[in-house]
Design a protein around this ligand. Structure first.
Ligand code: SF4
Ligand code: SF4
Length: 130
């Protein structure tokens, strides 16, 4: 295995660990990021909820191409009640959510301000397991 592949695997593993402690920044509307919803995503959701595409647009969309968000900026489908399986439409989630982070290291983890909030939780958890 090349050094490059090995380091990619390490990064993917690190991603998973961080996901366990992350509030789900990828499900928030943060500066510079947008969740893009297309017609196929809307139709998938319509079948999931057993409503029309138009009804999906009316209930859940802000403008033509993104979901509404809650006051804290999180996606309306993100559950704040648990840390696991937080997407309440997981089966019908949009393609962008399925693909993220596109086999790359999570881009949110290079942001020091976001990373700083996760690190203490990870360190605390590691201390408990030692
Ligand atoms: S922002 Fe990154 S680390 Fe956080 S849940 Fe999403 S993919 Fe995982
Ligand atoms: S649809 Fe689900 S995975 Fe996508 S942003 Fe909303 S809560 Fe996150």
């Amino acid at each position: 295995m090349s050094d490059e592949n090995s380091s990619e695997k390490e990064e993917t593993r690190a991603n998973r660990i961080y996901c366990n402690y992350c509030p789900g920044y990828c499900c928030y509307r943060l500066a510079g990021s947008i969740l893009f919803i297309d017609a196929a995503d809307i139709n998938r959701m319509a079948r999931f909820f057993k409503i029309s595409d138009g009804e999906v647009r009316k209930r859940y969309m802000e403008g033509r191409n993104t979901f509404k968000v809650k006051k804290d900026g999180s996606c309306i489908f993100l559950s704040n009640k648990k840390m696991w399986a937080r997407c309440t439409i997981h089966q019908a989630r949009p393609q962008q959510c399925r693909d993220f982070p596109n086999n790359e290291p999570c881009p949110y983890l290079v942001r020091e301000d976001l990373l700083e909030k996760i690190k203490p939780k990870i360190e605390c958890s590691l201390r408990k397991t030692q």
